[in-house]
Design a protein around this ligand. Structure first.
Ligand SMILES: [Zn+2]
Length: 277
């Protein structure tokens, strides 16, 4: 277990989103539906390789028509096709962040009015933490508002589950697919002991996954680019509380409370893409 000490002498509990060596078992699971990549999927993969991603790290998920990356994110096969179809709106976050978010930014007109729907299989006991995660994103930026809908067909984000003991990920989320909207789903792996985790760590995990829906990548990854003003992947690799978007999620300053736990780099990244209150 990794422990990290910060100024107030509080110790942190960590959720390791994924362990190394998980790609093989994940690929084994996915190979049962092995197919060849479509032309559009290939174009997206080539684009991501140009952004510094390794093809070995982009695991095709033919069921979702996505590439799984770093255990808990999925890039749509149609990312490049969608980007070519959608004109970049001036002053939209897409315009600002097209290179950092590898083109998968979100139009403010959509991010200001995000709805999520909790699927029936999502554990009732975790809805409370999810509502706090949505609350914190909604309170940090004038251009982000996330609220619950009870009408599935109207939802931007479907919140559900999957079950895999061989998959190292605790949760996984779709990145925006290049059509100007947020990533369309967020799932938790019910093979992991979410119930046994603290409410704070579950909330931090869900804040992290919603961050992927909003287009944020991992603060400690070298691929894709760097948000101006943030301290970069080497800093974040060495500092567990540098960002809630680190690939392994730490509780750090997050509590079940209206007081947010954003780090200074989180605030810079949010301000850059969505503006801060
Ligand atoms: Zn992640």
């Amino acid at each position: 277990m990794i422990l990290h000490k910060f100024k107030l002498n509080l110790f942190l509990i960590t959720i390791l989103l994924f362990a190394s060596c998980q790609n093989e078992s994940l690929q084994d699971d996915l190979d049962s539906v092995e197919q060849t990549l479509t032309k559009d999927a290939r174009a997206t993969m080539d684009f991501l390789i140009d952004q510094g991603y390794s093809s070995n790290d982009l695991i095709p998920n033919f069921q979702n028509k996505t590439f799984i990356y770093a255990g808990d994110m999925e890039f749509s096969f149609d990312l490049i096709k969608n980007l070519k179809k959608n004109r970049i709106i001036e002053e939209s976050s897409v315009e600002k962040n097209q290179w950092y978010f590898v083109g998968n930014g979100v139009y403010y007109e959509n991010s200001r009015n995000i709805t999520y729907y909790i699927e029936r299989n999502f554990p009732r006991s975790l809805e409370y933490e999810f509502s706090w995660a949505a609350y914190h994103w909604s309170r940090i930026s004038p251009n982000i508002n996330i609220r619950r809908t009870y009408t599935r067909s109207q939802a931007d984000i479907l919140v559900g589950t999957w079950y895999s003991t061989s998959d190292g990920a605790w949760a996984r989320a779709a990145l925006p697919s290049g059509n100007g909207n947020v990533g369309s789903w967020l799932n938790i792996n019910t093979a992991k002991d979410h119930e046994g985790a603290s409410s704070e760590s579950t909330m931090a995990l869900l804040i992290h996954e919603l961050g992927h829906n909003l287009g944020y990548l991992h603060s400690d990854q070298t691929e894709g680019g760097l948000i101006p003003g943030t301290r970069g992947p080497a800093y974040h690799a060495a500092n567990n509380c540098g960002s809630v978007m680190k690939s392994s999620v730490y509780v750090c300053n997050w509590r079940i409370s209206s007081t947010p736990g954003w780090s200074s780099d989180d605030r810079i990244a949010i301000d850059w893409a969505y503006d801060l209150y």
